[in-house]
Design a protein around this ligand. Structure first.
Ligand code: CMC
Length: 441
């Protein structure tokens, strides 16, 4: 063991925990501290040919190997297929917890005791209503507007209803926005759905639990009281738990990057919704269902797979940047499928999905590239069984991910090392050109 030294970040590095870099341009050698198996990219700035140089930078498009923060929210081991929220395995949370309890855990770092859980649930439940003008706002969309577009706009619009939300350094004001965001996302989502359906918007029913109230806002018609099937409510709650956080994914990074400008949390979360919308991220669940419908019959699978291998399209719901063995959420969802189908009857697309998975898992193309079903492969089948139109699938992802986004945002606000996110670039364009008047071009 080498001698111990205090690092700039307050961590302790032994002398052997360093990286020696030789700059072959100058022959100079640099010793860079290694902390948690990581070097600070800014340490490379010392490596220069002459004093006026900017120094060496690291180039990492798509952040393939760059840690952008320290985080104690979610642990993910992609090789081993492990996912933990605040240290609790996702399997245990999915089995024993509720989404609201998990949201508390993510935000506060600890599971609540009975009193804390009651208070938290009460707070969320009493903030589910939105300002009446939000209704008019959503009514302004075309009848066939995509619900993710409506959610994105309406969550951003909430910042105009709560202008004090920009006081992000005030813990009390901040906490109130966290409650509002978690409470109001299902209401905004349900209003978007009802708008598409041309049905009157349903106000929250605060006697129902979180998933039950959401189902009520979606599906209540003329009955005095909507009574959700507890098995479907529970299945939805499990899906919410599984989607609550996933460390530094595209949308969370978007929330952190936008939030780093110190904008209010509604605007930062709107950025997260926008990132999630894309087909390579949360939008994949919608694409999976469209893909399964297009394949239509088991006999068409080989042709489809051949097309994927030729690079014509992707097998949606397969592959992950981090999981290279299995996605633990996919395993839990597959099981939840059985519970839902017991109530709703089997979705005929399930047969195609199972066959597709079987073929893909044996095919060298997918095996070699470590492509396994991810969370989105089966979730769409459940959503469809719950009578959700495909456009709502990604919205159903955004509702629970809000607690993850906001926990990560909160962590960032309190992190002394964080500053406004501002990557560098390698400029590849022209330089020093003289302007030519249009008549001479
Ligand atoms: N179907 C076919 N080939 C694939 C797929 C797929 N779904 N995913 C990756 N590949 C191939 C890719 O073509 C590449 O092959 P090659 O080395 O020959 O060029 C190799 O596998 C590596 O792929 P990559 O695009 O470099 O991997 P990535 O880490 O950048 O992308 C991903 C990860 C999730 C975007 C990608 O796997 C994908 O597009 N999957 C389908 C969309 C999807 O299901 N997304 C949901 C992700 S999980 C939930 C979420 O984040 O919201």
């Amino acid at each position: 063991m080498g001698t111990e030294e205090q690092t700039e970040t307050g961590g302790v590095a032994t002398a052997s925990e360093t990286l020696t870099i030789t700059d072959n341009r100058t022959g100079k050698t640099y010793e860079v501290p290694l902390e948690d198996g990581t070097i600070r990219a800014t340490a490379l700035r010392d490596i220069k040919v002459k004093e006026s140089d900017f120094g060496v930078m690291s180039y990492d498009p798509a952040f393939m190997n760059t840690a952008s923060c320290r985080s104690a929210v979610t642990y993910l081991d992609g090789e081993a297929g492990v996912l933990e929220y605040r240290g609790y395995p996702i399997e245990q949370l999915a089995e024993h917890s509720t989404y609201l309890e998990v949201a508390y855990l993510l935000v506060h770092g600890e599971l609540p005791n009975a009193k804390q859980l009651e208070e938290w649930t009460n707070k969320i439940t009493t903030h589910t209503f939105v300002h009446e003008n939000v209704k008019s706002f959503i009514q302004g969309f075309r009848y066939d507007a995509h619900p993710m577009g409506m959610l994105l706009a309406s969550v951003g619009a909430l910042s105009t209803f709560y202008p004090d939300a920009n006081q992000i350094k005030d813990p009390e004001i901040r906490y109130l926005q966290i409650i509002r965001l978690i409470a109001k996302m299902p209401t905004l989502a349900a209003f978007a759905y009802r708008h598409n359906m041309g049905q009157p918007y349903v106000y929250p029913d605060n006697e129902l639990d979180y998933p039950g109230n959401f189902l009520s806002m979606l599906f209540k018609m003329s009955e005095l009281k909507y009574e959700p099937d507890p098995r479907l409510s529970r299945a939805l709650d499990i899906l919410f738990i599984l989607h609550a956080d996933h460390e530094q994914n595209c949308s969370t990074s978007a929330v952190r990057a936008v939030g780093s400008s110190q904008v209010d949390p509604y605007s930062a979360v709107a950025a997260g919704v926008a990132a999630l919308y894309g087909p390579l991220h949360g939008g994949a669940n919608e694409q999976v269902l469209r893909m399964l419908r297009r394949i239509e019959r088991k006999e068409n699978i080989p042709d489809f797979i051949a097309g994927v291998k030729e690079g014509k399209e992707r097998l949606m719901g397969f592959g992950h940047r981090v999981y290279k063995n299995h996605d633990p959420r996919a395993t839990i969802i597959k099981k939840a499928c059985d519970d839902v189908f017991e109530v709703t009857g089997v979705n005929p697309l399930l047969e195609i999905a199972i066959e597709l998975e079987k073929i893909a898992l044996e095919d060298e193309y997918f095996v070699k590239r470590k492509l396994y079903p991810n969370v989105d492969f089966y979730s769409g089948l459940i959503y469809e069984a719950l009578h959700m139109p495909v456009g709502m699938f990604t919205v159903l992802f955004a509702i629970p991910r809000t607690s993850g986004w906001i926990s990560q945002w909160l962590e960032m606000i309190d992190d002394k090392e964080q500053k406004i996110a501002r990557p560098r670039q390698i400029y590849t364009g022209e330089r020093n050109r003289d302007y030519i008047p249009v008549s001479q071009r």
